[in-house]
Design a protein around this ligand. Structure first.
Ligand SMILES: *[C@@H]1O[C@H](CO)[C@@H](O)[C@H](O)[C@H]1NC(C)=O
Ligand SMILES: *[C@@H]1O[C@H](CO)[C@@H](O)[C@H](O)[C@H]1NC(C)=O
Ligand SMILES: *[C@@H]1O[C@H](CO)[C@@H](O)[C@H](O)[C@H]1NC(C)=O
Ligand SMILES: *[C@@H]1O[C@H](CO)[C@@H](O)[C@H](O)[C@H]1NC(C)=O
Ligand SMILES: *[C@@H]1O[C@H](CO)[C@@H](O)[C@H](O)[C@H]1NC(C)=O
Ligand SMILES: *[C@@H]1O[C@H](CO)[C@@H](O)[C@H](O)[C@H]1NC(C)=O
Ligand SMILES: *[C@@H]1O[C@H](CO)[C@@H](O)[C@H](O)[C@H]1NC(C)=O
Ligand SMILES: *[C@@H]1O[C@H](CO)[C@@H](O)[C@H](O)[C@H]1NC(C)=O
Length: 562
């Protein structure tokens, strides 16, 4: 239960000396927690006892400061207890299901992760069978928002992981020993931000103003807003702080882009407790999204959000957006461990997603997919979702023309390949880096160049600001960091071209270093500077996807024969 404090806690980190902010959960620690829950089960403890007992242990072991322990345990311990009781699990099973512990201590990390996260083969088989079939009912084409829409080249802005901290205080302490600092104390927290903290409201506003400037030369036709609004103060959150964060950011984006199409997707940070989603417990979240996103969506789209968190929108003839609700992919959503998955939204979303893509294909529409949690292994998503997602991407490889994600705060890629031979690319997750500096990044925003005639992404412009410079000069400006066409000398951004690039990475360390440099989104993460060749290889391997056999081979070094 401890791993919830950090988005990054569960990862390849421990085994590769990558130290990140937040709790580190070792197998021993997890099993110790499991023993604690054994005791709760034996005593048929009440939720109050579970919270009290786990808080005492957290404080006793000095895992975090007392107030962090108490807020975190209050939020998560009852959910873990609920799942254990509902599923009649042995508490230690949670440690294995989450991949924190391995039954075989000799397995390498990636193998461990690929195997250990719950793979519901039967669910995957069901999806594969479904994908073979032609749609039973073809509905009439949806009414587009606009009969004409855009033509030629224009730009799609992606805002990822904003994480605005309303309590950010200039001159406070950035290294306070809690997961969220820069709020109190006497220290060096700069005016625009600090690499150890989330960013203040005025920094978000300044970045949005800068985008309005960029818009003069690169006209923006659509904003993709891939979620995560609230700061990383997990132990201090409640429903109301989350509701406020969603509302404030929705209104702010609407204020800066009043006449632009905005396509949002919900982040794991939007819920309370963060990462946890089950209906009816979190119906308040869907109600809040429906309410705050009204200013961007049609009433029909809002109705879908209110029911299930996802929606689809036909923007103009031939172009559809699908926004996914990616709590299915969240390994820290303990409710995903429930055997009775039908109590969750995930089967509905899979059915709905496939059906929507089938209708799109039948009506000659191209689809842009927006989501929060991508299929990268860092941080690890659920294998259940990613294997299904990979199968869907393969089947609809000609329909899906863009996949926009965030969540990791890094600038990453996932190139999916055909499951039979892994020799043809079927799709690419574009993972845009965060606007927040948390942790160790420079604030970033991305503009995709999109051709509305051919429905192709032809390039992107990655902008960043050097927060240290900004603090010193007093001016924060977004500067162009790179475009993939120039940086990688690519002919275009087709799936085939991305696949070619992965092949070139294999034989050119300089090129791979270019990717790795951008991935860090500002080279301020000291723990990544210590990344050795094994660590770099792992980051490369993850481009090939978290679920494939190829990833295992890659991590085992079998692909690196040069
Ligand atoms: C456990 O406690 C709950 C009330 O907290 C009670 O309803 C239930 O019957 C108890 N179960 C057992 C097996 O004692
Ligand atoms: C903060 O530090 C400065 C310089 O060390 C000192 O003058 C000041 O009194 C401190 N302020 C507080 C509130 O502790
Ligand atoms: C600016 O930000 C950097 C990076 O977080 C921080 O170390 C520095 O103290 C800040 N400087 C000023 C003058 O605000
Ligand atoms: C998911 O599907 C089940 C069965 O069709 C239905 O009972 C449930 O209401 C659906 N949930 C959502 C969120 O649409
Ligand atoms: C940001 O600016 C600081 C101060 O000028 C500099 O030391 C650092 O190397 C810069 N970072 C990047 C990524 O250019
Ligand atoms: C900040 O930007 C303004 C406007 O671009 C410029 O006039 C001013 O000189 C800049 N200040 C610094 C310290 O760079
Ligand atoms: C991929 O690489 C091959 C051989 O290097 C080349 O023939 C082909 O044109 C490339 N395709 C793309 C889309 O870049
Ligand atoms: C490797 O990549 C670098 C950087 O893009 C490029 O300058 C160099 O020519 C490439 N080397 C080879 C052998 O292709």
């Amino acid at each position: 239960m401890m791993l919830v404090v950090s988005t990054y806690a569960h990862s390849a980190a421990e085994d590769h000396n990558i130290v990140s902010k937040g709790f580190e959960v070792s197998c021993d620690l997890c099993l110790m927690g499991a023993a604690l829950f054994d005791g709760f089960l034996l005593r048929n403890a009440s939720n109050e006892e579970v919270i009290r007992g786990s808080t005492e242990v957290c404080i006793g072991l000095h895992l975090e400061k007392p107030e962090v322990c108490s807020g975190t345990m209050k939020a998560y311990a009852p959910i873990v207890y609920y799942v254990i009781v509902e599923d009649e699990l042995a508490p230690s099973e949670i440690c294995y299901k989450l991949g924190i512990c391995s039954h075989d201590p000799n397995e390498v990390t990636v193998n461990k992760m690929v195997k250990s996260s719950e793979v519901a083969e039967s669910a995957l088989d069901k999806v594969k069978a479904r994908l073979q079939k032609k749609p039973e009912v073809l509905t009439a084409p949806s009414q587009p928002r606009s009969e004409t829409g855009f033509s030629g080249t224009s730009y799609i802005l992606q805002l990822a992981d904003i994480h605005m901290d309303p309590l950010y205080t200039v001159g406070s302490e950035p290294h306070c020993g809690e997961p969220q600092c820069c709020r109190t104390g006497n220290g060096t927290a700069g005016f625009w931000g600090d690499h150890s903290c989330d960013i203040p409201l005025w920094t978000v506003k300044q970045i949005l103003s800068q985008i309005v400037e960029i818009n003069r030369t690169k006209p923006i036709s659509m904003v993709i807003w891939s979620g995560d609004n609230s700061p990383h103060d997990v132990w201090m959150m409640d429903e109301q702080t989350q509701i406020t964060a969603i509302q404030v950011m929705s209104d702010l984006i609407h204020e800066y882009f009043p006449n632009t199409i905005v396509m949002p997707s919900c982040g794991n940070h939007e819920s309370y407790p963060m990462d946890e989603f089950l209906l009816p417990q979190q119906q308040w979240l869907l109600d809040t999204l429906a309410d705050s996103w009204q200013q961007f969506l049609t009433s029909e789209e809002v109705a879908t959000v209110k029911k299930a968190g996802y929606f689809t929108s036909v923007l103009q003839p031939g172009l559809r957006v699908v926004s996914l609700f990616t709590f299915d992919a969240d390994i820290l959503n303990f409710y995903n461990l429930l055997r009775h998955s039908n109590v969750n939204i995930r089967d509905n979303q899979t059915d709905w997603f496939i059906n929507t893509l089938e209708q799109a294909e039948a009506h000659n529409e191209k689809v842009l997919v927006v989501g929060h949690i991508p299929c990268t292994f860092y941080p690890l998503p659920t294998n259940h979702w990613c294997r299904i997602y990979e199968a869907i991407v393969e089947r609809f490889s000609d329909v899906i023309v863009g996949q926009f994600y965030g969540h990791t705060h890094f600038d990453q890629l996932v190139v999916f390949t055909d499951t039979a031979t892994h020799s043809t690319a079927t799709g690419t997750n574009y993972v845009a880096p965060s606007m927040t500096t948390y942790v160790g990044h420079d604030p970033a925003i991305r503009l995709y160049e999109f051709n509305y005639d051919t429905m192709e992404i032809t390039n992107w412009y990655q902008y960043r600001t050097n927060i240290t410079e900004a603090n010193i000069s007093g001016n924060l400006t977004m500067e162009l960091a790179y475009t993939p066409i120039d940086l990688y000398q690519m002919p275009d951004l087709s799936n085939a071209a991305w696949f070619n690039l992965t092949q070139r990475f294999l034989h050119n360390d300089t090129l791979l270093d270019d990717y790795y440099f951008q991935l860090r989104s500002g080279p301020h993460t000291t723990w990544m500077e210590q990344c050795d060749s094994v660590c770099r290889r792992l980051w490369y391997c993850e481009i090939l996807g978290v679920t494939t056999e190829l990833l295992k081979q890659c991590a085992d070094g079998k692909i690196f024969t040069n």
